[in-house]
Design a protein around this ligand. Structure first.
Ligand code: GDP
Ligand code: IMO
Ligand code: MG
Length: 427
């Protein structure tokens, strides 16, 4: 039975947290498969607002088992403080499962993330500074520390010493920083081991058995398609695979078991950090989208860059993820415009281009070609069905669907769980 993937179709912050939470009541497991506490997912339940970074948004649904898969990078101090923050608010977190194969974000990885960005100066990526890139680099370089290493002091010590051998050379000789003492790192990491132990499990086995028993498993992506290390706007990307394939490698569940891939798509576009963004606005429209949409980063508090909807990107997301559905979010934010520009293609060096160019240089030169769709003035936040929407809002949704290449099966008209129009069921 069904394994569903829910992922960001743009540059992150599309509303994945809300969408996952909405489904949380009907699924048995919610699995994070990549990224770490670079993610910031806001979930609004009644009058309560939760900001989750590392924990899957399913943690807020009592019947659901939250899982941190092997593809995730885990900062133990962040994880423990997120858990205790939720416990203080009465959320039961005891069912959490963490893969023993997930990699640990060590304190030196956080340091290296920050000093590297500083060193890059104008060329910086604008990372969240959470140690994500250096931790994935260690994983690929085979000098990473895994959750299971916390339970073997001798192995942990050897691995931290090996990792720091090279890093201390870089820190002291290249970046002019103090060396980091291996024993202090080991001591800090061992200090988390006991608290984390009840959650550590063979998540690959558990998830596959759950699917054998017809349980419903939902994979919740962090970041978004255009931030994917392989398919995003490299090098202005994150260091993991938020795209659908990442759900398999990051959890140990094979692709044949995945029945549905849902792309979360904002009704306009935002981006945090550096990198190309063809429909970015620098005028009062951009300011209005930021203000009305509350477009400020949940993790870093940075203002998000805002722009109009980009159908070229949506089509690309459909293709690289094999999307079966879209969940269109924040349609309510667009209320009040006379007409709404939608980017249907790019102009690159005088040529009309319909699909995302593979060349980074071309993408940097892409200028949006807009079509102008009539706007609406009515409040749509109370709409429960598609026909409750004003005609122009209906037409906007239909036009986006046609341009984007997959059916829009749900529409967000507000941040709350119930502020959603469900068109087709996801299960
Ligand atoms: P995520 O990282 O993809 O989970 O998204 P974020 O939580 O970073 O950003 C999305 C923001 O939009 C959050 O503040 C949500 O509460 C909010 N949100 C989600 N869906 C809707 C919607 O349909 N309408 C409005 N107005 N806000 C929404
Ligand atoms: P959610 O899950 C938006 C961006 C950073 C930076 C780039 C690399 O909330 O959608 P990193 O720290 O990952 O090495 O930074 O990726 N970024 C995000 N942007 N939403 C996110 O997560 C992001 N996670 C990372 O701003 O440009
Ligand atoms: Mg976010």
């Amino acid at each position: 039975m069904p394994a569903l993937v829910l992922l960001g179709a743009q540059w992150g912050d599309e509303g994945k947290g809300k969408a996952t939470d909405l489904l949380g009541g009907s699924v048995d497991y919610v699995v994070r498969y990549q990224g770490g506490n670079n993610a910031g997912h806001t979930v609004v339940v009644g009058d309560q607002k939760y900001a989750l970074h590392l924990l899957p948004s399913g943690i807020l649904s009592p019947g659901c088992i939250p899982v941190i898969g092997n593809g995730v990078v885990v900062d133990p101090s962040v994880l423990l403080s997120e858990l205790s923050g939720l416990n203080e608010r009465g959320v039961d977190t005891s069912k959490l499962l963490i893969s023993g194969n997930a990699h640990i974000i060590t304190p030196y990885n956080v340091t290296i993330d920050k000093v590297t960005e500083r060193f890059l100066g104008k060329r910086r990526i604008g990372t969240t500074g959470r140690g994500i890139g250096p931790t994935y680099a260690d994983k690929i370089n085979r000098v990473g520390i895994r959750v299971q290493d916390l339970y073997d002091e001798s192995i942990l010590t050897q691995k931290v010493e090996a990792a720091l051998d090279v890093k201390n050379q870089i820190l002291t000789k290249l970046y002019n920083r103090r060396a980091i003492a291996a024993n202090q790192v080991v001591e800090e990491l061992l200090g988390y081991a006991e608290q984390l132990k009840p959650y550590v499990a063979d998540t690959v086995l558990i998830l596959n058995k759950a699917l054998d028993e017809d349980k419903v498993v939902l994979f919740e992506g962090g970041q978004g398609t255009l931030l994917d290390i392989d398919h995003g706007t490299y090098p202005f990307v994150t260091s993991s695979n938020p795209t659908a394939g990442g759900a398999c490698t990051g959890s140990g569940v094979g692709p044949t078991r995945i029945s549905r891939v849902i792309g979360i798509l904002k009704a306009y576009t935002t981006r945090v950090g550096a990198g190309p963004f063809p429909t970015e606005l620098f005028d009062e429209d951009g300011e209005a989208l930021r203000r009305i949409g509350g477009e400020r980063g949940v993790t870093t508090g940075r203002d998000r860059r805002c722009g109009w909807f980009d159908a070229v990107i949506a089509r690309y997301a459909t293709r690289v993820n094999g999307l079966t559905d879209f969940f269109l979010t924040k349609l309510d934010v667009l209320t009040g415009w006379e007409q709404i520009p939608v980017c249907v293609a790019y102009e690159i060096d005088g040529q009309r281009v319909e699909e995302l160019p593979y060349s980074q240089t071309d993408f940097h030169h892409a200028k949006p070609i807009y079509e102008y769709l009539p706007g609406w003035q009515e409040d749509i936040t109370k709409a429960k069905t598609f026909s409750d929407l004003p005609k122009n809002a209906q037409n906007y949704v239909k036009a986006l669907e046609e341009m984007s290449g997959a059916p829009i099966s749900a529409i967000g008209v507000g941040p709350g769980r119930d502020e959603t129009i469900q068109i087709n069921s996801f299960l």
